[in-house]
Write a protein that binds this ligand. Structure first.
Ligand SMILES: Nc1ncnc2c1ncn2[C@@H]1O[C@H](COP(=O)(O)OP(=O)(O)OP(=O)(O)O)[C@@H](O)[C@H]1O
Ligand SMILES: [Mg+2]
Length: 343
């Protein structure tokens, strides 16, 4: 059991749980070691950090790590969501405003439009940008101070080759172990002023899909329930009572996961089947199926990847049978609509 101060002021904002230093960041051991070397080397050489790419599923810590790098390197961090960049000129003006050793964090960098990506290449490589002020004018070239680009994406494969080649470091974030997730929520509970018991933390971690953001969200819902009954203690009973309210079953599967399993088992007899076909039949968009649903099912060993497609495992089958009632809620209207769309 962890002891903590009784709840006084409760802060549930995600920002409050962001670790600020590499030392506070739990898990991703190998990544942290390499990052420490990279930071130390740049500091010793008094050099600008090389460009860094982070890739990994939503909520695994990419934005957090970008902020940690800025903190550890004592640099200013400028954050831009790549989809918000309309024209190359917008990116060029952001680049020319950077001061030496500043960090530009481009989130969802795979969504950068082609002409903006080309502006970025020359900035990354030669610290200069060329832009046309009007359609028919000659391009003008402007210098950019040495800066570090941190690019973040859920899928490194979506980046064009020339962009991939310009990153000095590419870090692939892995799902977190149960122990690491327990540590993350234990700290957060402490910060919010709640007592916890180890089994309760385990019960939350088990349902967290290997993802800190999910673990913290589930913890916050447990905190809500504790507060509603004027408690400052989160025990297993409270966690087990909270999960069904959130639509989570014993393994932590959500409706979308069950729809995926149901489609694979009931329509494709357990597979093998392609991701696109399963997603269409389960009524899921490809990005949700690929980045959120499937990684969790693979991690929990309910689905396996084979050269011929996805296949349900024995554990997946068992889970589906146990929760047949929820699985029976496959949305047949959606499936028929998807079939029509495919045919
Ligand atoms: N290793 C970690 N230790 C502690 N907390 C973490 C860790 N990784 C992530 N978190 C917490 O999880 C939440 C989500 O992390 P973050 O926003 O960095 O994820 P992300 O990879 O950028 O997600 P997205 O792809 O949606 O942008 C934050 O509250 C963050 O503090
Ligand atoms: Mg992020």
């Amino acid at each position: 059991m962890t002891t903590a101060a009784p709840p006084t002021q409760i802060s549930v904002n995600e920002r409050n749980f962001r670790p600020q230093t590499l030392g506070d960041f739990i898990g991703q051991r190998q990544l942290k070691q390499t990052m420490q070397l990279m930071l130390y080397s740049a500091k010793t050489r008094k050099a600008t950090l090389e460009h860094v790419a982070f890739f990994g599923g939503p909520g695994l810590g990419k934005t957090t790590l970008a902020a940690i790098i800025a903190h550890e390197a004592n640099s200013r961090l400028h954050e831009i969501a790549a989809p918000s960049i309309g024209r190359p000129g917008d990116l060029a003006s952001a680049l020319t405003m950077l001061q030496p050793n500043d960090i530009l964090f481009l989130d969802e960098i795979h969504a950068l439009k082609r002409d903006s990506a080309e502006t970025l290449y020359s900035a990354m490589e030669d610290f200069k940008v060329s832009i046309k002020l009007s359609k028919d004018s000659d391009p003008i070239t402007m210098k950019v101070h040495p800066f570090t680009l941190i690019g973040s994406t859920t899928d490194f494969g979506l980046l064009p080759g020339p962009m991939r080649a310009r990153f000095g470091h590419s870090f692939h974030l892995q799902p977190y172990t149960l122990d690491e997730l327990v540590q993350i929520i234990e700290r957060a509970a402490e910060k919010m002023g709640f007592f916890t018991e180890e089994e309760a933390l385990q019960a939350i971690a088990r349902r967290s899909r290997g993802t800190p953001r999910v673990a913290l969200r589930l913890l916050r819902r447990c905190v809500d329930v504790a507060i509603s009954s004027d408690e400052d203690f989160i025990d297993t009973e409270l966690v087990e009572a909270t999960m069904p309210i959130l639509g989570l079953d014993a393994l932590g599967l959500e409706e979308a996961d069950r729809q995926y399993l149901a489609a694979l088992i009931e329509i494709y007899r357990g597979g093998p089947a392609g991701l696109g076909a399963i997603a269409a039949n389960a009524g899921l968009d490809m990005s949700t199926a690929k980045n959120i649903v499937e990684p969790a099912l693979l991690l929990m060993g309910l689905v396996a990847r084979t050269p011929r497609g996805r296949r349900v495992t024995r554990a997946g089958h068992k889970h589906h049978q146990t929760f047949a009632q929820s699985a029976a809620s496959v949305n047949w209207n959606r499936i028929e609509a998807a079939d029509q769309a495919v045919n």
